[in-house]
Design a protein around this ligand. Structure first.
Ligand SMILES: *[C@@H]1O[C@H](CO)[C@@H](O)[C@H](O)[C@H]1NC(C)=O
Ligand SMILES: *[C@@H]1O[C@H](CO)[C@@H](O)[C@H](O)[C@H]1NC(C)=O
Ligand SMILES: *[C@@H]1O[C@H](CO)[C@@H](O)[C@H](O)[C@H]1NC(C)=O
Ligand SMILES: *[C@@H]1O[C@H](CO)[C@@H](O)[C@H](O)[C@H]1NC(C)=O
Ligand SMILES: *[C@@H]1O[C@H](CO)[C@@H](O)[C@H](O)[C@H]1NC(C)=O
Ligand SMILES: *[C@@H]1O[C@H](CO)[C@@H](O)[C@H](O)[C@H]1NC(C)=O
Ligand SMILES: *[C@@H]1O[C@H](CO)[C@@H](O)[C@H](O)[C@H]1NC(C)=O
Ligand SMILES: *[C@@H]1O[C@H](CO)[C@@H](O)[C@H](O)[C@H]1NC(C)=O
Length: 824
């Protein structure tokens, strides 16, 4: 008898609820059991009972998952308290409480602690966002309870991870124990504390990863958390709330950020109607340098996860300092002596250390004073912690969890002993003295020639200006700064004399000329030791003095990357400025593609290798080098190939040599080549890294098709190559653009992917184009979801057709354009 009754009840419930549950809401006193679900009105999410895994133990849980996808749970109500007798029932009480009962009507889980006054009528609803809410059903839709306040292991778009300051609620996500057991695992991801918010991933109470504090645009050190073409992350702060969330930029992609049972923080996407499995877009905690406190106190982690002490510090115990080894940290070369003329030294490009405190009420100048007064305050910085204005942030105690972070790193002022400040100042003085001594030697020589005296006095004047500049800088308190990264000290750039170069290049005879670019001609030469060189003879005069020019060239020569042509030295004499490069026998890419017979050598694998190499070189110029160089004249004739057909970008940094400020966004003089110039640069002189991205996209399409963008013609229309590629894309036949000499059908997907990425690069608006880091990722990860490209920049314009298509070297001459925008 007693066993039959629940069965009857059960089937009654079954029958009763069949109609009401085709919706997304549950009304008071309605109940439902296993087998029934609520489905959000957009058909994306489903709420009901599920059973993870397929083992023998059929524990059941109440939760939310994606509707019509392989079971992917995003929220669990009773994660620590499964129903073991495979019968559960949910019911919404009149007082607004949602209760989960087991077979013997014991309460397994409930939304206790919500208080609803009697004049509201509560209703349970599964919203389109995947948020399950208990809200008032009347005109006032006040939400009393929401599952987004109690996330389990998953963040969905718009879920607020953080603090409700008024009620002291702090949300976080915690991993499942295993992929089949939703109960609380060991890993948590949390925004903490409310004062200087950082994102922290812990195992138990131990910090494993940390990003922050927020600096107005991103969490310090956490680039992959903030930049993606698919989503953007935000920190929102107001008087009631402080939270982290992400927003999806493409509605047709489902996404979730999950902390896995093994402690990986991962972001997955699913393209509606086309994906067949979840695509892992990025694992946020994948940089070994983000391992918490990897390099100990005052140690900074470099790429490849090697540790180095900050300047002014030495390893605590030198034996610990292998390339990959754990380190015991660093100690000061000179101990602090609080109150006795300690000062601050500025460090650039670091991830902020842990344990920041915010002193809201101090201005930036007071910040230094406040920190100086506290003996335990080891550093300060001005940081836009809440995104609503810079605040004074201090660090009490030894600095830990630093990372070298060349692009997007932060400035921080670190406390140093007076002795250290003195040694920095004297090192600076020494550098100046050495130069003066060498100038004195030069004086001796020059005195022989009276005519040179004028020149000399000019140099001395320059020096003096320079020195005045330096010393006034050094006088400002807190403006000490380590001038050079010790990695680079001792770098020597060979200076060639004019005679050597003339002899090597056969007096610059036409026979030695191998190319022509926006800044001058290139000649092949051979030094007396038989080393072959390529010499770029710059036509223009730099606006800078000789010394600045040399410094600039030295900076550029320090950029070393296997996809950049190596600068061997320079020659600056009189009117001549020449750059000496390594010579590459295979010449440039434009000699291989287009209608050249050589293009048959370029199989798809080689073309793909070339595309990725160019992307890598450009990424280095844009982000990974310390200079952040915009090329401005990227084209196939500037891509050289070595004997193994590895691409090497040439002509980089020359705009910089001419003293045109790279940070400036607008130039009156446009240097570039039609067909490769982005619309905003060609028409308004605006340039940015995104103009290079555009040129890169054109190059990729040219490599794939073997055609020139602006010399492209088709019997059916007057579109250029970009327009043609776009048209084929719209007709879903993108691969028809492929060079017919490439006959490798097995690479079809990779080819289409490259076309897709190229079309994203040549989009009309710079803000739509991906950054090179994203481009590189898109090319590398086959599973990464790509957004649909918008219209390309120039679709129709083409260059008047040249009759002579066979000319090889000289044809490039005509491609160069240098125009001046009217109206200075
Ligand atoms: C369920 O069982 C199948 C086949 O036995 C197995 O391949 C799969 O991994 C199991 N699923 C889980 C989540 O364990
Ligand atoms: C609401 O009603 C349920 C059962 O009727 C009871 O267990 C719970 O304590 C009530 N909650 C409040 C806040 O009164
Ligand atoms: C039902 O839940 C109650 C309260 O949690 C518990 O005491 C009881 O043992 C459960 N019954 C079964 C069959 O699990
Ligand atoms: C319910 O609220 C009371 C008082 O606000 C609090 O002490 C208690 O911990 C809460 N219980 C739960 C389960 O949140
Ligand atoms: C809805 O109810 C809340 C809480 O009682 C109240 O603060 C708010 O003013 C109400 N809004 C409307 C439109 O009645
Ligand atoms: C900035 O936000 C923080 C946190 O919400 C707040 O305390 C502070 O008053 C805000 N500052 C300004 C200038 O709005
Ligand atoms: C997915 O397919 C359905 C049915 O064919 C259609 O109604 C819906 O608009 C599609 N959604 C997207 C995002 O393409
Ligand atoms: C700043 O705040 C601290 C404590 O919060 C207080 O002691 C100090 O007097 C304040 N300073 C100013 C200038 O308001």
């Amino acid at each position: 008898m007693s066993t039959i009754l629940p069965l009857i009840l059960c089937s009654l419930v079954f029958l009763n609820l069949q109609t009401s549950l085709s919706t997304d809401t549950l009304k008071p006193n309605e109940r439902f059991v296993d087998g029934f679900t609520l489905i959000s009105s957009n058909q994306r999410f489903e709420f009901g009972f599920f059973s993870p895994g397929n083992g023998s133990a059929r524990d059941i849980y109440l939760g939310i998952w994606y509707h019509n996808l392989p079971l992917t749970v995003v929220w669990v109500a009773n994660r620590n308290n499964p129903i073991r007798d495979s019968f559960g029932e949910v019911s919404l009480k009149e007082n607004g409480t949602l209760i989960l009962y087991n077979r013997s009507s014991g309460t397994v889980w409930s939304t206790d602690n919500i208080t609803i006054t009697s004049d509201f009528s509560p209703v349970l609803q599964l919203l389109e966002s995947g948020n399950l809410v208990i809200r008032d059903d009347g005109r006032n839709k006040t939400i009393f309870w929401e599952s987004f306040d109690f996330p389990t292991d998953t963040l969905l778009p718009d879920l607020k991870l953080g603090w409700k300051l008024d009620i002291g609620l702090n949300g976080f996500i915690r991993s499942w124990k295993s992929s089949e057991d939703p109960s609380e695992g060991e890993y948590t991801f949390i925004l903490e504390p409310p004062e200087a918010p950082q994102l922290v991933l812990r195992s138990g109470s131990r910090k494993l990863f940390r990003w922050g504090p927020f600096d107005g645009t991103s969490f310090s050190g956490g680039t992959s958390l903030t930049s993606s073409p698919l989503f953007q992350t935000l920190l929102v702060s107001n008087s009631e709330e402080l939270y982290f969330k992400y927003e999806m930029l493409d509605e047709s992609i489902l996404s979730r950020m999950v902390i896995s049972p093994t402690g990986l923080l991962q972001y997955f996407t699913w393209r509606v109607n086309s994906s067949t499995e979840w695509n892992l877009l990025v694992t946020f905690n994948s940089d070994p340098c983000d391992n918490y406190a990897k390099c100990g106190h005052y140690g900074s982690c470099y790429s490849l996860s090697s540790c180095k002490c900050l300047s002014g510090f030495t390893p605590d115990s030198p034996r610990d300092w292998g390339l990959f080894s754990y380190s015991g940290g660093c100690r000061r070369k000179y101990e602090l002596n609080c109150g006795h003329r300690d000062g601050f030294v500025k460090y650039n490009a670091l991830k902020f250390p842990d344990n920041p405190v915010v002193w809201e009420n101090y201005t930036s100048h007071e910040c230094e004073t406040v920190c100086l007064k506290k003996c335990s305050c080891m550093a300060y910085a001005n940081v836009n912690v809440y995104g609503n204005g810079s605040l004074c942030v201090g660090w009490i105690g030894d600095l830990v969890d630093l990372k070298n972070f060349p692009n997007g790193g932060e400035q921080i002022y670190i406390r140093m002993a007076h002795a250290e400040l003195k040694s920095i100042a004297s090192a600076k003085r020494k550098r100046v003295t050495v130069k003066i001594v060498s100038v004195a030697t030069v004086i001796g020589v020059l005195l022989v020639s009276a005519g040179a005296i004028w020149y000399l006095s000019w140099i001395v004047r320059q020096r003096r200006k320079d020195q005045i500049g330096r010393s006034s800088e050094a006088q400002q308190s807190g403006s000490f700064q380590y001038v050079e990264d010790n990695q680079d000290s001792g770098f020597q750039l060979p200076l060639f004399d004019l005679e050597t170069i003339f002899r090597a290049c056969n007096n610059f005879s036409d026979r030695n000329k191998i190319g022509q670019g926006g800044f001058g001609s290139v000649y092949k030469g051979e030094l007396s030791n038989r080393q072959e060189i390529a010499v770029k003879r710059l036509v223009e005069k730099s606006m800078q003095g000789v010394e600045e020019l040399k410094n600039e060239i030295i900076l550029i020569a320090k950029l070393q990357h296997r996809n950049l042509v190596k600068l061997l030295g320079c020659c600056i004499e009189g009117e001549e400025t020449m750059l000496v490069y390594e010579y590459l026998p295979n010449k440039s890419l434009n000699n291989f593609i287009y209608d050249k017979p050589t293009r048959k050598q370029l199989t798809w694998i080689k073309r793909y290798h070339i595309i990725k190499g160019i992307a890598r070189g450009l990424l280095y110029l844009h982000q990974d080098s310390r200079l952040r160089i915009i090329h401005r004249d990227l084209k196939t004739s500037n891509i050289l190939l070595d004997s193994e057909l590895n691409p090497k970008i040439s002509d980089f940094g020359i705009a910089r040599i001419f003293g045109t400020d790279q940070i400036q966004e607008m130039t009156k003089r446009i240097i570039g080549t039609y067909g490769y110039m982005s619309p905003e640069y060609a028409m308004n002189g605006h340039y940015s890294v995104k103009s290079d991205v555009y040129s890169f996209g054109v190059i990729v399409l040219e490599i794939i098709s073997g055609q020139k963008n602006w010399a492209f013609h088709h019997p059916d229309h007057d579109l250029n190559l970009l327009g043609h590629a776009r048209m084929l894309w719209n007709r879903r036949r993108p691969s028809e653009i492929l060079d017919p000499t490439v006959l490798e059908p097995s690479y079809g997907n990779q080819i289409i992917r490259c076309i897709h990425v190229a079309l994203l690069c040549v989009q009309q608006y710079p803000e739509d184009r991906p950054k090179m880091s994203t481009v590189y990722a898109m090319l590398s990860y086959e599973n990464m979801e790509l957004p649909e490209p918008k219209e390309p920049g120039f679709c129709r314009e083409s260059y008047p057709k040249k009759v002579d298509t066979s000319a090889s070297h000289s044809s490039t001459v005509n491609e160069v354009t240098m125009t001046t925008l009217g109206g200075r």
